[in-house]
Design a protein around this ligand. Structure first.
Ligand SMILES: Nc1ncnc2c1ncn2[C@@H]1O[C@H](COP(=O)(O)OP(=O)(O)OP(=O)(O)O)[C@@H](O)[C@H]1O
Length: 591
């Protein structure tokens, strides 16, 4: 029942529809009371020889009118009550989706995609059913059941009605016990479904890896185990579910037995007529649905409340990144890092230590270092994917990052993440992601700057080529350059390339860097890389190791220091020159 209280806001909002729907249900219940009465009157009419053709004709017309009215009222309650419940589904889906899109990466790190998808599908469906079929079943069981009971008591015999109802309390006790079991079982079944959902999503995304490693049979086995678990848990739910109907039917059977046993004696004692006993038992037959509906109602609200609790848990999760801000201004100026220590949420070690440097406005800053040294961590802190403990740790212009409206802050950045992602749409739409109405000339210009224009033109459908899961497969370097074009088109105040040149050859890298230099004058660029050549022209180079800065300076000063940068730069330059000599030799041999 708690779930109804929690959905109070929605019932209030849809007051008119629910009131209208319930009035329609009351009218249907009243209409349904007429036929048994007519049957009783006809039987008594025959027995007392008072039934004429004219009276019978009137009864038939009455039954036809009742049937037509019932049809109309049924049609309207469905539209009103089920229509409202679909709107609840829509509202819940929208707020859940909004919540998902507001949450920080830390939220997604802790949760499985399949689980989040299950909330948006199965759980919402279960809550929607509570507001639709749940309301119908409780209203119907109370209205029809109540109306039938009152009619039985008033028009036939209160004593017989009371006796017929003796078995009812057993049913109430048993069904509420089943309800508790059902809630527990349903929660487990939903959790198992989430796991299966997650497995399916991951297997499909990782199908290439699975096939390359010949892991299909293991994968199928993993899937089978999870699928069996879902079946198992749902079977348990069904077993509890299956107890409702027999219990109700047993109770109804007992009521029938009592009614016929005592009713027949009352007929013999002339307390009621045979027609009245037939009407009474027909009414009793009409109690089957309200009682079944009561059972279904318990079932539905248990499912609904289990699902609502799962949705609520997500909705109540606080975003790690605070949304409050102090100033509405666009951030601009130098960016100062003064981080004493930062750990990723839930981690005691790793993260970043003693990172202090300034990125001057308009400068190009390169961040290099071994893999896992904390390069991306710095960028993610700058983008406020995570927050440092101390707000003053990163200051943009004259205010800490956290003082700015997060949308204003992020609007300053053009970010090309390490794990570039293309949407399942055309190349054009991928590049013009920030503004789909963007002029084609601008899109082509951004593609030229990121050295991908010629590749795109070579495709049969050019910029209209569909990429992503449903489209053509692009090379890693092509995807990277499309991602760069997507960021460049914004002409951002700060361009962030997180290892975004790793999949292009040295020559293409050189051309991209040159076009950045000439086209982004006065704008800031932050480039993380494994190839020193990608940062050697930078105004400031930061070398990271184990989460801290080990070297800092320009190419010249770092070369003079003869540290990690110097060694890596020389080793890479040697490798590169050897590679081009070998290529030249191979070319010479071919000619
Ligand atoms: N969300 C996270 N939660 C916990 N630890 C993390 C998280 N992200 C990164 N780390 C850890 O922080 C450290 C630095 O990671 P980071 O991604 O910044 O390295 P990187 O220098 O960019 O590496 P690469 O060159 O391989 O991209 C690593 O040890 C990594 O495992």
């Amino acid at each position: 029942m708690k779930v109804f209280k929690k959905l109070g806001w929605f019932f209030k909002r849809e007051r008119k529809n629910y009131t209208g729907g319930i009035i329609m249900l009351i009218l249907v219940a009243l209409m349904e009371l007429v036929p048994p009465q007519v049957i009783g009157w006809v039987i008594d009419g025959i027995r007392q020889e008072t039934l004429t053709a004219e009276i019978l004709g009137q009864f038939i017309i009455l039954l036809i009118v009742v049937a037509i009215l019932t049809y109309i009222f049924r049609y309207f309650w469905r539209i009103m009550i089920f229509g409202a419940s679909y709107r609840l589904g829509k509202i819940l889906r929208a707020s859940l989706y909004n919540k998902y899109s507001q949450m920080s990466p830390a939220f997604y790190q802790k949760r499985r995609t399949g689980d989040l998808m299950a909330h948006a599908t199965n759980d919402i469906q279960a809550v929607q059913a509570t507001a639709g079929a749940g309301i119908l079943t409780i209203a119907d069981s109370l209205i029809t059941g109540g109306a039938v009971l009152v009619t039985m008591a008033v028009t036939i015999s209160p004593k017989l009605t009371l006796m017929a109802m003796i078995p009812l309390p057993f049913m109430v006790i048993l069904t509420s016990y089943y309800g508790t079991l059902l809630n527990r079982g349903f929660k487990k079944a939903q959790a198992a479904f989430s796991m299966l959902n997650d497995k399916t999503q991951e297997s499909i995304s990782g199908i290439k890896v699975t096939k390359t490693f010949g892991y299909e049979s293991h994968d199928q086995e993993d899937f089978r185990v999870l699928s069996d678990d879902v079946v198992d848990k749902n079977l348990k739910v069904s077993k509890i579910d299956a107890l409702f109907d027999p219990t109700i039917m047993t109770v109804i059977g007992a009521s029938y037995f009592i009614s016929i046993f005592f009713g027949a004696r009352m007929v013999l004692d002339d307390a009621i007529t045979v027609g009245q006993l037939v009407t009474f038992t027909t009414y009793l037959g009409m109690m089957v649905w309200p009682l079944l509906a009561l059972g279904m109602f318990f079932n539905l609200i248990q499912r609904g409340s289990a699902s609502y609790a799962r949705i609520e848990k997500i909705m109540e999760t606080e975003n790690d990144i605070g949304e409050e801000y102090l100033i509405e201004d666009q951030p601009e100026g130098d960016i100062h890092f003064d981080i004493g220590a930062f750990n990723f949420p839930g981690e005691d070690a790793g993260g970043v230590r003693d990172v202090r440097f300034t990125i001057e406005r308009g400068a190009t800053v390169g961040i290099v270092g071994r893999t896992g040294s904390g390069k991306s961590a710095l960028l993610r802190l700058l983008l406020r994917e995570f927050d440092t403990v101390n707000p003053e740790d990163i200051v943009y212009g004259s205010h800490p990052l956290r003082d700015y409206n997060i949308s204003n802050l992020r609007a300053q950045f053009g970010y090309v993440p390490q794990d570039h992602f293309l949407f399942s749409t055309t190349i054009r739409n991928n590049i013009a992601f920030s503004n789909p109405d963007m002029d084609d000339a601008l899109i082509h210009e951004a593609a030229r700057l990121s050295q991908i224009h010629d590749d795109i033109e070579a495709f049969t459908y050019g910029y209209e080529t569909v990429v992503g899961e449903r489209g053509v497969s692009l090379s890693g370097g092509q995807k990277q350059r499309i991602s760069i074009a997507r960021a460049l088109i914004l002409d951002p105040e700060v361009l962030i390339l997180d290892d975004s040149l790793s999949a292009v050859d040295a020559e293409t890298e050189e051309r991209i860097l040159e076009s950045l230099q000439s086209n982004r004058r006065g704008k800031t660029n932050i480039i993380t890389a494994h190839r020193m050549s990608a940062v050697s022209h930078a105004d400031l180079i930061i070398v990271m190791d184990a989460g801290t800065i080990t070297e800092m300076g320009t190419h010249e000063t770092l070369m003079a220091e003869q540290g990690w940068y110097h060694d890596t730069y020389n080793a890479q330059a040697l490798r590169e020159s050897l590679k081009s000599s070998l290529e030249d030799m191979a070319e010479g041999r071919r000619n």
